[in-house]
Write a protein that binds this ligand. Structure first.
Ligand SMILES: NC(=O)c1ccc[n+]([C@@H]2O[C@H](COP(=O)([O-])OP(=O)(O)OC[C@H]3O[C@@H](n4cnc5c(N)ncnc54)[C@H](O)[C@@H]3O)[C@@H](O)[C@H]2O)c1
Length: 368
């Protein structure tokens, strides 16, 4: 398979972990006979410094031509006091909008030997493995421009959704459940909000098209509670933009570190932008200690959702699991009796595992 991938390293540790993604994809390409061609562009603070804007036209054009986009992270203290149109995060919102990336998928899985790293009890987190499907281009963050009236003492934000916007994300939720354990939890606030009432109607209508999926409706306040008291009850959660933003950050505590969480943002044509959930981590940037796993798992999502290379995606996920099971960990993960490694060494371990797996010469000593 031949694919053209745009890399947007961004800022801080984004520039470091994007190398890990590239190394892993080189190994996959060589071992499984694919050809991945890479093109790098600026976004965020780096783009502000070089082009005077967080999202240059050249970056947008390149992303539109690509088969998929991998993004590191944007932001940093250097640009914190910039006016809002010159903030690095504008680049991120802009590229999501430009590519119409309406579906954000965040898998969240508790790795066996990292359970103790979660602030929740190990017995609560054990076995949790869920996917949050969040609507990304509608709702409160994209309503008619917010207003301040009465000398700034009265504010209006607008939450708007069309039936079509709800239908397409609900379909994504059902399809994701079909590919997993067949359980879909639709999260809304239908006891109060009109937008949620329409959301619930759409889910009920769509049910007939997916008879193999079990559906339940949960109010967002109850969902927030259940996520940290009984996370294993969830398979796929589908929800609107604001609720998804909050719930997915809440669910991230299940894994013990932001450095473990990948994400995929997709449009109608299957073109996707793949990025770690974490930010640019200015406190550790340039030290070679960032955990590359979230970025590497994002490449697995790219192979799965944009290129339909399920086997290769699984190879990457198995490689990560095996390296962690062997006790290797970066500084953000406290692992008793493990071995502390940096970004490059963690990446090499994962790459070596991928190579040795395919060559069927997987004896422990050859890669650890
Ligand atoms: N998608 C994005 O690009 C994105 C997301 C969130 C924040 N940001 C931006 O990033 C900057 C820093 O934000 P923040 O500090 O709130 O969040 P952050 O995710 O960058 O860091 C939070 C904490 O987690 C640690 N951490 C994060 N990723 C790690 C990794 N891979 N390995 C090891 N440790 C890791 C950091 O060292 C820090 O202590 C800000 O400018 C913010 O706007 C960008």
């Amino acid at each position: 398979m031949k694919k053209h991938i745009v890399l947007l390293p961004g800022d801080g540790i984004g520039k470091e972990v994007i190398h890990s993604a590239k190394d892993v994809l080189h190994a996959i390409a060589e071992e499984y006979n694919h050809s991945f061609n890479f093109e790098t562009h600026e976004i965020g603070g780096a783009a502000i410094d070089q082009y005077g804007t967080p999202l240059p036209e050249t970056t947008v054009d390149a992303c539109k031509q690509a088969d998929a986009v991998l993004l590191g992270a944007v932001g940093g203290p250097k640009w914190d006091n910039n006016p809002s149109h010159l903030r690095p995060e504008r680049g991120l919102l802009g590229i999501r909008k430009a590519l119409d990336l309406y579906a954000n998928l965040r898998p969240i899985k508790g790795f066996k030997n990292l359970l103790h790293a979660s602030p929740l009890k190990e017995e609560v987190v054990a076995g949790s493995d869920l996917l949050i499907v969040r609507e990304l281009t509608g709702g409160l963050y994209f309503g008619t421009p917010s207003e301040r009236r009465d000398n700034g003492n009265f504010v209006v934000d607008t939450l708007a959704y069309s039936r079509q916007e709800i239908e397409r994300i609900v379909d994504k939720g059902f399809q994701a459940a079909q590919g997993r354990h067949g359980r879909l939890t639709s999260v809304d606030k239908a006891n109060v909000l009109e937008s949620s009432k329409l959301w619930r109607e759409v889910v009920e209508e769509k049910k007939a098209q997916y008879p193999d999926v079990f559906v339940e409706h949960v109010l967002v306040d109850a969902a927030a509670m259940k996520l940290i008291t009984n996370p294993t009850q969830f398979d796929v959660i589908v929800t609107e933009n604001l609720f998804g933003d909050i719930l997915s950050d809440e669910a991230s505590v299940l894994t013990g570190s932001l450095g473990m969480l990948p994400s995929a943002s997709l449009n109608e044509n299957g073109v996707g932008l793949y990025e770690p959930v974490h930010g640019s981590a200015p406190d550790i940037a340039g030290k070679g200690v960032a955990n590359p796993v979230a970025m590497i798992l994002s490449t697995a999502l790219m192979l799965r959702y944009s290129f339909q290379l399920e086997n290769e995606a699984k190879v990457i996920e198995d490689a990560v699991q095996s390296v962690l099971d062997a006790g290797f960990h970066t500084g953000d993960l406290q692992v008793a009796d493990g071995r502390l490694v940096g970004t490059a060494e963690m990446t090499n371990l994962i790459v070596n595992y991928i190579r040795s797996q395919n060559a069927s010469k997987c004896i422990a000593s050859c890669y650890f």
